[in-house]
Design a protein around this ligand. Structure first.
Ligand code: GTP
Length: 450
């Protein structure tokens, strides 16, 4: 059974066909056997039933004639006056009767000898015994009758005795008739019963074949639906993830219970999805790296000049529609000295530390950009100059108070300005730059509003 589940689809379907065909073959064999049996029975019944039925009618007719003859004897009374004619007639009747009975005997004996009688063997024997008994009775009656005829005259009471004997013979014949009728009836009932049995068993087997076929077909369809459903769900997940730009979830691999083409296909598809998932997440990582490279400053990690141009242009567009924003330009004081005194590397560290401290203190909506050298700018969307100055002052103080063991102390100066109508990229930056210049000029480590 395990091998069947692991077989290819073609072998599975072939296997099912073999099961069904074998079942049908058994049904056909059974039908042939049963039909032969019924045919033999019908034959046997026909051999007995037809002649026996004919004989029954003949016997009934003979019986009637015999009655008439006995009645004739009785009416004439004086037997001496009677010609030999009635006796001959009676003998003819007797011969006729015997002939029919011997035919019946032959039919029954033949049936008993030739066939292995399938039904009512005891009844066959019983009829034969009854016929034998009738012959004996009939012989005895005939002898008595003959004697009476030879004497020429018979008393009335003797006739009554004859009549009684004749009535007994009659009853024997009637009994034989009933037995033969019963036998023929039994024969046809027996055949009917077997025909019904045959129909019943064949219908049952046919139904079984139908149910087995139906069950196996539905079972196979169910397997197909399950596996194809899983494959479809996998493909749908991949589609959805790609459409929504989400990473593709790695498929779960189960050890398959049964192996066939569909299981292989499912496994291959999962492998493909897994590879696709890895490829896509790698690609997304590279995209993020490229994006960072394109928008971030390599040394400090702050946004670069290119990003600044983009963001400033967007804020100006918004401001033209009524929004407000401010910028805070900042520059490290005497940075040249830091470089000269502590080296370029220390200068780099100062720039990195400055970026880190400022970034940590900004809101999510604010952004820090490095415009070049030691010059930075903070973009403050929806912030007026006062708020921008407050932030710049807070940052200035924080940086001035920094005491980092591996870095020289340093300060920064700020030039803050708010968007003014008609401002463009250059004008707003120039105003901030001018304010910064003033801050430097006024002694540095200051915030100047422009
Ligand atoms: N270490 C380091 N130094 C830089 C970098 N970019 C520019 N500089 C130096 O920054 C210094 C800027 O000096 P200046 O423009 O004279 O200004 P300052 O010395 O800071 O004086 P003020 O701005 O007037 O206070 C120059 O010596 C540049 O070489 C950088 O990425 N790393």
């Amino acid at each position: 059974m395990q091998q069947w589940f692991n077989a290819s689809l073609q072998r599975k379907i072939s296997g099912l066909l073999v099961v069904l065909l074998s079942f049908l073959f058994v049904v056909i064999l059974y039908s042939i056997y049963k039909l032969k049996l019924i045919d033999a029975e019908m034959h046997e019944v026909a051999e007995i039933d037809v002649p026996l039925t004919e004989m029954v009618s003949e016997l009934e007719m003979m019986q009637l004639k015999q009655h008439l003859l006995i009645e004739q004897f009785r009416l004439r009374g004086d037997l001496a006056k009677m010609a030999l004619e009635p006796e001959q007639a009676f003998a003819a009747q007797r011969d006729g009767l015997r002939l029919i009975l011997s035919k019946a005997e032959q039919v029954l004996t033949k049936s008993l000898q030739q066939h292995q009688v399938r039904f009512a063997a005891a009844e066959h024997q019983q009829i034969l015994a009854s016929i034998e008994q009738f012959h004996q009775q009939s012989d005895s009656f005939e002898q008595q009758l003959k004697l009476a005829l030879q004497q020429g005259h018979t008393a009335e009471e003797q006739w009554l005795k004859f009549e009684k004997e004749a009535a007994n013979l009659d009853q024997s014949i009637v009994a034989i008739l009933r037995q033969m009728e019963k036998l023929t009836l039994e024969a046809s009932r027996y055949t009917d019963k077997h025909e019904n049995e045959f129909m019943l068993v064949n219908t049952g087997l046919g139904l079984c074949a139908f149910v087995i076929g139906l069950y196996l077909t539905f079972y196979i369809l169910q397997i197909f639906r399950q596996r194809i459903g899983r494959i479809q769900a996998e493909i749908k997940n991949v589609h959805q993830s790609i459409e929504q730009g989400e990473p593709i979830a790695s498929p779960v691999f189960h050890e398959p219970q049964h192996r066939d083409e569909l299981t292989e296909l499912e496994h291959d598809l999962k492998m493909m999805v897994q590879r696709l998932s890895v490829e896509i997440s790698n690609r997304q990582e590279i995209e993020q790296q490229l994006m960072a490279l394109a928008t971030r400053d390599k040394l400090t990690g702050a946004y670069n000049r290119h990003k600044w141009d983009e963001q400033l242009s967007m804020e100006l567009s918004l401001a033209e529609r009524g929004s407000v924003f401010s910028i805070a330009l900042l520059d490290v004081d005497f940075f040249k000295k830091v470089n000269d005194q502590f080296g370029h590397h220390a200068g780099d560290k100062v720039l990195q530390s400055l970026t880190e401290h400022i970034s940590r203190r900004l809101r999510k909506t604010d952004s820090l950009f490095r415009l070049g050298g030691e010059e930075f700018v903070i973009l403050l969307p929806q912030q007026k100059a006062e708020a921008a100055c407050q932030l710049a002052e807070m940052l200035r103080q924080h940086i001035a108070c920094l005491d980092q063991p591996d870095l020289p102390k340093f300060t920064v100066s700020f030039g803050v300005t708010q968007y003014q109508p008609q401002d463009d990229e250059d004008s707003i930056l120039k105003r901030a730059d001018h304010a910064l210049y003033q801050a430097k000029d006024m002694g540095r480590n200051r915030v100047q509003l422009g």
